[in-house]
Design a protein around this ligand. Structure first.
Ligand SMILES: [Zn+2]
Length: 461
């Protein structure tokens, strides 16, 4: 690794960087807990200090769009050089159940080559390696080959509710050719990978009402509609015998995998039995003809996440219930449109609820799916940076969940690239979160290579 640009910097600065990260992790910036609002603010100020020390300019803690976000930029590469937004977050997940931590979550400790503590990998360590790479490059070379803008938000762990308004307000400052996100994982230390897509989501609360109050089942049963039967019919009808979602046109816009992505997916080593053990399940179900990795990453789904109807307490109650509800969510993949799927579900429900039954369908947010084309030259550039450090090019993975990355890509009109060094067993959001230090250092080295690789790509044709 001696020929890597930041190797000498890393050798000289390793201890300082680690102790900086420990200081940051000691700030319990839990965004979901109002009593930690002052800590989230301290964490933002701490991050602003890091950006300033690294040589970034116009560093600012932004208020007015939810929890404080931090921005800072370096724009001296010239108007012909591309501009990138580096995204991460400085807030962290809550720590309960506290009893399962082997050490206090905000007293970081190095054990066996890993730093343990809340926020080490998600996401303070990952945003720190990006900041330190800039500091190292500016120190060694006096300049960067690209223009950069850091955006470190403070409410990712509560779903980034203010991201659209923040991006709208800061649109001018955040104009870019691509976004680089450091907040994800790779498959294994010896198996680098990069995320190229995330599933979207639409969610509904479906309420049906058949009577003004519960009725005596001996007096009325058999002659009045039963909402439990109706809800059961509805949710059972969401899938056919092959596990496919039955909404008309549901799969029409699903973009098939490219050859490169299919080959990459096939090359991912996947221990299905271990995965089942980790899920605590004894059988797998899903769309016919699709592998588990496809089902959880590249295919859309419908899930009933809850049903409540009638009497479910001790013993028996002889009623026909008057109403009930179900929660239905759809995970979407590119190029499905959340609005289209929502409209299609509404029609589907209307057609199945008989006259005389009151139905209320309430939508709860919509996130579009995100996909970075694996053939994009920026993905290839990122692959070269990763290969130089890890010794092999990254495989492409898709994440089943949804994050602010979709909003970033859509609202900034730019592709999203992922340089994430977390590992699957880093216990994101769980007790004993950790960051493998070797991954941290490799991330820093790769970030040092990345800007030079991205500078060589033709961005504006
Ligand atoms: Zn995160």
């Amino acid at each position: 690794m001696a020929d890597l640009r930041l190797a000498p910097y890393l050798d000289a600065e390793r201890d300082r960087i680690l102790s900086t990260l420990c200081d940051w992790v000691r700030i319990p910036s839990i965004s979901s807990a109002p009593e930690h609002a002052a800590d989230v603010r301290r964490s933002a100020d701490f991050c602003a200090g890091l950006l300033t020390d690294a040589g970034l300019e116009h560093v600012e803690v932004i208020d007015g769009h939810g929890a404080p976000a931090v921005v800072g930029d370096w724009r001296h590469a010239g108007p012909d050089a591309p501009t990138f937004v580096v995204y991460g977050h400085h807030d962290v997940q809550p720590v309960d159940p506290l009893g399962l931590w082997t050490a206090p979550p905000f007293e970081p400790e190095v054990v066996d080559g890993e730093l343990r503590g809340r926020g080490t990998v998600d996401d303070k360590g990952q945003i720190l390696f990006e900041i330190e790479a800039v500091r190292g490059l500016l120190g060694a070379e006096g300049r960067l080959p690209v223009n950069l803008v850091f955006l470190v938000e403070g409410e990712e762990e509560v779903g980034s509710p203010s991201m659209p308004s923040l991006l709208a307000a800061e649109a001018e400052r955040l104009r870019c050719d691509a976004v680089v996100v450091s907040d994800t994982t790779m498959l294994a230390p010896d198996l680098p990978s990069t995320c190229v897509g995330m599933r979207g989501l639409v969610a509904f609360d479906l309420a049906v009402r058949t009577a003004s109050s519960d009725l005596h089942s001996g007096l009325f049963g058999g002659a009045v509609p039963n909402p439990a039967h109706l809800l059961a019919r509805l949710v059972a009808g969401l899938h056919d015998d092959e596990g496919r979602v039955t909404l008309p046109g549901f799969y029409d816009r699903v973009r098939p995998l490219t050859e490169a992505e299919a080959a990459s997916l096939a090359a991912v080593p996947f221990d299905e039995a271990a995965w089942m053990r980790s899920a605590g399940v004894r059988r797998l179900e899903g769309e016919a003809g699709r592998s588990t990795l496809e089902r959880i990453g590249t295919r859309p789904t419908a899930e009933v996440t809850g049903i409540g109807v009638g009497y479910t307490g001790e013993g028996i109650k002889t009623i026909v219930p008057a109403g009930g509800r179900a929660k239905v969510t759809f995970r979407l993949v590119a190029d499905q449109d959340p609005d289209e799927v929502a409209a299609s579900f509404r029609r589907w429900v209307e057609e199945r609820v008989p006259e005389g039954v009151e139905v209320t369908l309430t939508g709860h947010g919509a996130v579009a799916p995100a996909l970075t084309p694996v053939g994009h030259p920026g993905v290839a550039a990122l692959g070269r940076a990763v290969e130089r450090v890890w010794g092999r090019p990254p495989l492409f993975t898709r994440e089943g969940g949804s994050g602010p990355e979709e909003a970033l890509g859509r609202l900034l009109g730019a592709p999203v690239l992922f340089l994430g060094v977390g590992l699957p067993d880093d216990r994101f959001h769980a007790p004993n979160e950790r960051l493998v230090l070797d991954q941290l250092w490799r991330g820093l080295l790769a970030a040092g290579e990345l800007w030079h690789e991205l500078a060589a790509v033709e961005w504006r044709t």
